[in-house]
Design a protein around this ligand. Structure first.
Ligand code: OAD
Length: 327
């Protein structure tokens, strides 16, 4: 019996009704958005030309507060307007349609779970989304149309409140910020799961990384990921399917007899997204945007060495705490 057969047999047994899912950047890589930590292809390695104090600084609130430019320089390449749901997103929508999805925690900010048809009340965007934005300083909301223009041009939008001057930030959770208040409430659902499915995440960032450990002992935990993650494999009931998510869910859907239904959900979701696509002018790749900004910074030398050292010291301490494994 393969691992896929094991999972399919569990689902077919009829004893599984409450699947709690946790997903990360790996479920959206085939939609064209790079993950964070994969060697060579992950965004953190590709940010090297920017000479950030730490790669994660670009998504750290303390850094953003005085240097929001790098974030906006690449924001366009991370904004989900042109992204289409993957087959893995369609699989999640199918789980919901079959009343098996108890709850979905996503660390992604691309909204593709919603685009694929997973009901809003079953999703927690644990790291926020691009849908709304506000000034980091006075928290005044900022108009959508101006935000789109700023992202499209790669320029920093600033608060419109007189004398405030704070940079506007999408309502995504940066390092150093709290998760939505709803997280504490929704995480109570994890111990109620009769199966936990984890896909496309390195489980390196707390607090989402601790969710799989909150599943009761004896309850099956299934990982579909290119590599092993967290404490997966330590429990006898763990199933680790180490392959691409789309491939894993395809195989699972085949064995379950769900392939046609999943394919249809995926095609419908893609068509819906194509209908609402906006033209933001000429597209530039992530690497082109990084290069462009790196050249600009080099020429203007607008960050002094002393300032860089200050950032390194300050953010170094912060990251030591935030990224500590197991936190
Ligand atoms: P990571 O980049 O840390 O991990 C992605 C995982 O998905 C890795 O284990 C990859 O091997 C795997 N992977 C990539 N593509 C895959 C594919 N097609 N099929 C299967 N596996 C694949 O991303 P996350 O775990 O989501 O937070 O990162 C968590 C948080 O760290 C993010 O939400 C973000 C980041 O810094 C903030 O910015 C606050």
């Amino acid at each position: 019996m393969t691992d896929i057969d094991t999972v399919a047999a569990l689902i077919k047994s009829g004893r599984i009704n409450r699947v709690v899912v946790l997903v990360g950047a790996g479920i959206s890589t085939t939609a064209g958005i790079p993950d964070f930590r994969s060697p060579n292809t992950g965004i953190y390695e590709r940010l090297k030309p920017l000479n950030l104090p730490y790669p994660e600084a670009i998504f750290h609130i303390n850094y953003f507060q005085h240097t929001p430019e790098p974030f906006y320089a690449i924001a366009r390449a991370r904004h989900p307007r042109t992204l289409k749901p993957t087959i893995t997103h369609a699989f999640l929508a199918l789980l919901a349609k079959k009343n098996l999805l108890y709850f979905l925690f996503t660390q992604n900010i691309d909204g593709l779970e919603h685009d694929a048809g997973v009901p809003e009340d079953k999703i927690l965007n644990a790291h926020g989304s691009w849908q709304t934005q506000r000034c980091w300083k006075c928290e005044t909301p900022y108009p959508d149309d101006l935000m789109k223009q700023a992202i499209a041009k790669g320029v920093v939008p600033y608060c419109q409140v007189p004398d405030c001057g704070g940079a506007v930030k999408p309502d995504v959770v940066f390092f150093g910020e709290s998760l939505p208040a709803e997280f504490d409430q929704q995480q109570k659902k994890v111990p109620e799961a009769d199966l936990m499915l984890v896909m496309g995440t390195s489980l390196k960032v707390a607090p989402c990384s601790v969710l799989p450990r909150q599943v009761h002992l004896g309850v099956p935990r299934v990982l579909i990921n290119r590599e092993t993650a967290g404490d997966f494999g330590k429990r006898p009931e763990d199933v680790c399917i180490l392959k691409n998510c789309d491939e894993g869910v395809h195989e699972l859907a085949d064995v379950l007899g769900w392939a046609d239904e999943m394919g249809q959900l995926w095609r419908d979701a893609v068509a819906r997204k194509e209908e609402v696509q906006e033209d933001w002018g000429e597209e530039e790749s992530l690497d082109e945007l990084i290069d462009k900004y790196a050249k600009k910074v080099k020429n203007s030398r607008n960050i002094s060495d002393g300032h860089k050292r200050m950032l390194e010291e300050h953010l170094g301490q912060k990251f030591a705490g935030i990224l500590a494994p197991g936190k």
